[in-house]
Ligand binder design. Structure first.
Ligand SMILES: [Zn+2]
Length: 61
């Protein structure tokens, strides 16, 4: 488990790869106002690209 390393890589990171109790700012941003939920992990994110098995959330409200 490594803290953020000095990588220039800016590829989209999946929220599924974050530790559940991660306090990362990036995680907060991704998880803020989620529209998608991961059917594999149960995580939620604003964009489907952050999930390994994204499913659009039902907006019943
Ligand atoms: Zn997932």
């Amino acid at each position: 488990m490594s803290e953020r390393k000095q990588s220039k890589e800016t590829s989209t990171r999946k929220i599924c790869n974050f530790s559940p109790d991660s306090d990362s700012e990036e995680l907060k941003i991704i998880a803020n106002n989620p529209s998608y939920v991961c059917m594999a992990c149960g995580r939620s994110a604003a964009g489907s690209e952050h999930l390994c098995k994204p499913e659009k959330m039902a907006s019943a409200w």
